[in-house]
Design a protein around this ligand. Structure first.
Ligand code: ADP
Length: 532
């Protein structure tokens, strides 16, 4: 026997319909690359999305086909999130920072039919055009200098359109991983997974959105669905402030002018903002909440934000997890904690939202489930309705027989559910049969006043198998010795974790998503020999 409640197919179109109906006049502000500003609202976004859906159909785009975007954060990009999904298409948000070979691979692999892009990326478009074999139409979001301009293109339509209906499990967006090993892999989000993920993002234990929230997301719309914020924000009817440039001076001014309460970005974004404020002698903007994710948030960053009266939401996830896995918010005992204790708590990666299940398994056999004791570290596995099952066009599932997806991360689960990420399986250092967290070494090292960036890598050692070597980029104008770094680390990590060597380098290689590329670093130092 079935239940007797109404049928309501979980589709992304409900999200924009809701926002337009219940928060139609809530503003969406964009500061464009040329310095101009535009204002629309949720009702305007929906109207434009309807027109865009019509315009895509007029181009001959069919349900299930992929439409690519290569764009920063702005209202027209937001329109395309809902317009493409609304006509049954799949939006492929392309990261413009990928290498040319990767750009060629992913657009051809996704078989994108349309490329929507920002004028700022015209040089990339010009280089790639001949290499993209499936793209038939190019539309520029913010200029019509070289091709059709977005506003003109949708302006030809009347918006008299009905969203395409379908299954909850139809795809609506595809994001590719940055491909630290091998080719990038496509993760196809469903309407259902997207709606559920956004609902999880809304809750107080995650982004804590309410109607009074004013969010400036710095995390790009081309990176892991901008952490689902454009959907969660629509559900709550928040005001969005977008900036098509990531210049801290611009972001700072926008935050003040538009009364921004919430922001989200990777640690380097926050770092750049701190540096800007310090240089200009300014206070940090009076944010209520800051979401930090994508890489571990260093303690000094967390402390400074907390001292600023900003709630720190340290989040962990990956493209394969839509991306929310865990988010850190105030715990039940928050008010009793000292500042130091709060910083320590926030430095961990938070707790799973409802819908996400985590477990850790033994790194040696990758099967034995480990206790949630706050001490034992293991390979982190995840399952839930917005977690990947199979990569786009792959011939087999990405999950094991028991349905768990192996994240490639190493972590510790605490009895209260908190996840403490300690490393990536590929980067964790095995010394004399025991594991050393490269990430913890790095995080401790960047607390040294003379260290701009640090990367710890396990190097071959005849006795211990591997020993950590710390590669360090000095802060500009600072004189730092290896000894002072080791001394600095000695009360922060176990003695046997201390690096065998500290090597000063001019730069550390990064991936397209701005993370340290250990693979490239290892390659660069493949002939490195530790003195036994
Ligand atoms: P890619 O894996 O392609 O670099 P993702 O954005 O999907 O791009 O990266 C996901 C990975 O980033 C995670 O598996 C984890 O290693 C790392 N990561 C994400 N958030 C955090 C965090 N808060 N702390 C530490 N590492 C994180």
């Amino acid at each position: 026997m079935l239940g007797a409640m109404q049928e309501w197919t979980m589709r992304v179109t409900h999200v924009i319909d809701h926002a337009a109906r219940e928060a139609g006049d809530r503003e969406i502000v964009t500061r464009w690359a040329d310095g101009s500003e535009t204002r629309t609202n949720w009702a305007g976004i929906r109207t434009d999305a309807l027109k865009m859906a019509q315009a895509l159909e007029a181009l001959g785009i069919k349900k299930g086909e992929r439409v690519a975007s290569m764009a920063m954060n702005h209202s027209r990009h937001l329109v395309s999130w809902y317009g493409v999904a609304g006509m049954g298409g799949v939006l492929h948000t392309v990261n413009p920072r990928l290498f040319e070979d990767q750009l060629e691979y992913i657009v051809n692999h996704a078989e994108d039919k349309v490329m929507l892009y920002d004028a700022a990326f015209q040089p990339i478009i010009d280089t790639m055009r001949d290499r993209w074999t499936t793209v038939e139409h190019y539309i520029c979001f913010d200029s019509g200098e070289h091709t059709t301009a977005f506003e003109d293109w949708i302006g030809e339509q009347d918006g008299n359109y009905e969203w395409v209906s379908g299954q909850e499990t139809d795809p609506c967006m595809i994001c590719y991983t940055s491909g630290t090993t091998g080719n990038p892999k496509g993760v196809q989000y469903e309407h259902r997974s997207t709606v559920l993920h956004a609902m999880a993002g809304l809750q107080p234990a995650a982004f804590n959105f309410s109607a009074s929230s004013v969010m400036l997301p710095v995390v790009p719309m081309f990176h892991a669905a901008s952490w689902g914020l454009p959907y969660a924000g629509a559900m709550a009817g928040i005001k969005f402030v977008f900036s098509a440039v990531n210049d801290p001076a611009v972001l700072h001014q926008l935050m003040l002018d538009e009364g921004v309460t919430d922001s989200a970005g990777v640690p380097t974004v926050w770092l750049a903002h701190f540096e800007y404020c310090d240089k200009e002698g300014l206070d940090l903007p009076p944010l209520k909440a800051a979401t930090i994710g994508g890489s571990a948030a260093p303690k000094f960053m967390i402390r400074r934000l907390l001292e600023n009266g900003t709630r720190v939401q340290h989040a962990w996830g990956m493209t394969e997890t839509s991306p929310i896995g865990t988010v850190g918010g105030p715990t039940h005992d928050w008010d009793q904690l000292t500042l130091d204790e709060k910083v320590d708590k926030c430095a961990m990666q938070g707790r799973p939202t409802f819908g996400v299940e985590l477990r850790t398994v033994d790194l040696d056999d990758m099967g034995t489930e480990l206790p949630r004791d706050g001490e034992t570290s293991g390979a982190l596995q995840i399952r839930g309705p917005w977690i990947i099952k199979r990569y786009f066009k792959a011939d087999k599932d990405a999950v094991g027989n028991d349905g768990w997806f192996d994240t490639g991360d190493v972590g510790i689960l605490h009895p209260d559910g908190t996840l403490q990420l300690t490393d990536r399986t590929k980067d964790v250092i095995k010394s004399g049969g025991e594991w050393i967290s490269s990430v913890e070494l790095e995080n401790a090292a960047v607390g040294h006043p003379g260290v701009a960036e640090a990367a710890a890598v396990g190097m071959y050692h005849p006795k211990w198998d591997e020993r950590p070597v710390l590669f360090v980029v000095k802060k500009e104008g600072e004189e730092v010795e290896a000894e002072s770094i080791i001394a600095f680390l000695s009360d922060k990590v176990a003695k046997w974790w201390l690096p065998d060597a500290v090597e000063f380098v001019d730069d550390i290689p990064h991936t397209a998503t701005g993370k340290i590329s250990k693979k490239d670093l290892r390659e660069r130092f493949k002939d490195y020999k530790l003195e036994a």
